[in-house]
Design a protein around this ligand. Structure first.
Ligand code: ADP
Ligand code: MG
Length: 254
């Protein structure tokens, strides 16, 4: 089966600093991949490159067989236009550490904005889908609430519903629970577990090793801009090969 996502030798520098030093990763359809690693190892940069919020300096990314950001003509790569990149960006949905909801829109309006404005979905149909999504994330009773009236956990659940409303092929989560009060982490992880069960492909950057162990098909450990090792959760979390992985895991657990 063709991977739904493929990264080959992805490099990204900020000035003289190389944040990604050649990242390779293949992901199959329906896989849930958790990415772990110390702060500054390039996890967010990698997700931002996948979502084309950053351009890459080397290597290549494919989503569903389509080269991200470029068109190949003969043996030349031509940069895609902003419009084409915006279209490609629709194949990924991103959930950030901070929820970034529109403050002046209700939960429902936050969710329908993208489908109506960008996908040109009929308003009534978008409303129906948004109601269903809100029910799925346990917020069917909060359709008309504004972000300020919601807890951090509830806002993050709306943010997940908002991303799903665009029907992405690949969901990207960047430490979605790390800005939450500890008592609110569980409800967001429960929603993510439920989303994973629907079979959508997910890349989740997280320090929640329990979640990774339970939900991920694969855990990827990144350090200093590289994938150090990857494998089944039990192996990477239980008996990693590399000392850096070992050190990171024991630091997170203690
Ligand atoms: P992680 O998410 O693993 O904590 P990041 O991807 O955010 O790591 O960052 C990787 C490295 O790249 C860090 O050293 C960070 O300071 C640097 N970096 C990230 N974004 C920028 C930027 N826009 N400009 C300069 N340096 C950046
Ligand atoms: Mg980060």
């Amino acid at each position: 089966m063709k991977p739904i996502f493929k990264a080959v030798g992805v490099r990204k520098s900020f000035g003289n600093f190389e944040a990604l030093k050649g990242v390779d990763l293949d992901i199959d359809r329906g896989e849930v991949v958790c990415v772990i690693g110390p702060s500054g190892s390039g996890k967010s940069t990698f997700l931002r490159c996948i979502n084309q919020l950053e351009t890459i300096d080397g290597g290549a990314l494919w989503i569903n067989g389509e080269l991200a950001g470029y068109r190949q003509v003969g043996n030349k790569l031509l940069e895609l236009s902003e419009v084409e990149i915006a279209r490609q960006r629709l194949s990924t949905g991103m959930v950030f550490q901070r929820f970034n909801l529109f403050p002046h829109k209700t939960a429902l309006e936050n969710i329908t904005e993208g489908p109506v404005q960008v996908l040109k979905t009929d308003r009534k149909q978008a409303d129906t889908a948004a109601h269903e999504l809100l029910a799925r994330v346990g917020l069917g009773h909060k359709c008309n609430a504004y972000p300020i009236e919601l807890s951090g956990g509830q806002q993050q659940r709306v943010a997940i519903a908002r991303a799903l409303a665009m029907k992405p092929m690949l969901m990207l989560f960047d430490e979605p629970t790390s800005a939450l009060d500890p008592e609110l982490v569980g409800e967001v992880l429960a929603v993510m577990r439920d989303v994973a069960r629907t079979g959508i492909t997910m890349i989740v950057v997280t320090h929640e090793l329990g979640f990774a162990r339970e939900v991920a098909n694969r855990v990827v450990f990144m350090d200093q801009g590289q994938v150090v090792e990857s494998g089944p959760p039990a192996q990477i979390l239980g008996s990693p090969n590399h000392v850096r992985t070992k050190e990171f895991i024991s630091a997170v657990l203690h």
